[in-house]
Every structure is written in C-alpha cells, then in structure tokens.
Design a protein around this ligand. Structure first.
Ligand SMILES: [Zn+2]
Ligand SMILES: [Zn+2]
Length: 146
C-alpha cells in the first residue's frame, strides 16, 4: 500500500505502530525495525536476516521473514521486488528508485510532481494513486570506476 505523504518513520513511530497492530515487540523484532528505520539502501530479506542473526544468533529465518511480511501488510514498509529478490523500504512517501546495474544498489529518487507523470491517454475513469518509476544505470560510485 502506498501511503501518500507519509515520511520515513522513526524507530519509535514504527514501534508504536507495531504494538498498536498487536505484534509483540521482541529484541529480534526490534533489531529488524531498528535496521529498517536507520537504513536507506533498501535491504534484502536475506541481508536483514544476516544482520539480525549476527546480533541474536538463535533467530530463525521464519521469524525475520514473518516480521517483514507483517510490517508490509501493516503498511509500515514497502516491498520492492527486483529480479525476484525482495527488498524492504521504510520510506513510505511517494518516491522513485534508481537501480545501479553494476553494484545493484537501490537509491531513492525524490518525487514531488508525480501527478504530471500520469499519461493523459489513460483509459476509463481510473484513479491513479501512485506512480513509481525505476531509473536504471550506474550509480555515482560505479560510474567513477569507469
Ligand atoms: Zn553502483
Ligand atoms: Zn525507496
């Protein structure tokens, strides 16, 4: 779900919303949320699993994956699917992405005038609620190595 004009949530806001949605806050879940709230690079589920497992070695993959699915279903993170790999994005505001073909990095691109991007020829009485564009190419760091 795309929530309009909702900013990047802080750890505290995420925790409050998680509790309000009825999920118990465990240290493992807090580690997941903490990481998501502090990162801007759209981590994969596997990356999040590895990070949480380094801090809490007994954490199962299903705990991490289920928590991510819960957060997504509750509208607290967005899920992006790129080449069949799930990535998670705590930035709930309208924005686009730039994906580097060399290092695979996914960066946010601000979108302030998305309404201008809706094609005029869109048939019927459809209501466009979100526009997401993926720009592809080389990120700054990779471009510098050319
Ligand atoms: Zn790159
Ligand atoms: Zn993003």
């Amino acid at each position: 779900m795309y929530s309009k004009y909702m900013p990047h949530l802080t750890l505290q806001q995420l925790e409050e919303r998680i509790r309000a949605s009825g999920l118990r806050m465990t240290p493992q879940r807090r580690a997941i949320v903490d990481y998501l709230a502090s990162t801007q690079h759209h981590p994969t589920a596997e990356e999040i699993y590895n990070l949480v497992n380094a801090r809490f070695p007994m954490t199962s993959r299903s705990t991490v994956y289920n928590t991510l699915t819960f957060l997504k279903d509750a509208g607290l993170v967005q899920e992006l699917c790129e080449d069949g790999i799930r990535r998670f994005d705590p930035n709930l505001g309208p924005h686009h992405h730039f994906i580097c073909r060399q290092c695979g990095k996914v960066e946010d691109v601000e979108a302030d005038r998305t309404e201008q991007l809706v094609p005029r020829g869109l048939p019927g009485a459809r209501l466009v609620e979100a526009v997401e564009i993926t720009f592809r190419g080389l990120c700054e760091a990779c471009r510098a190595t050319l």
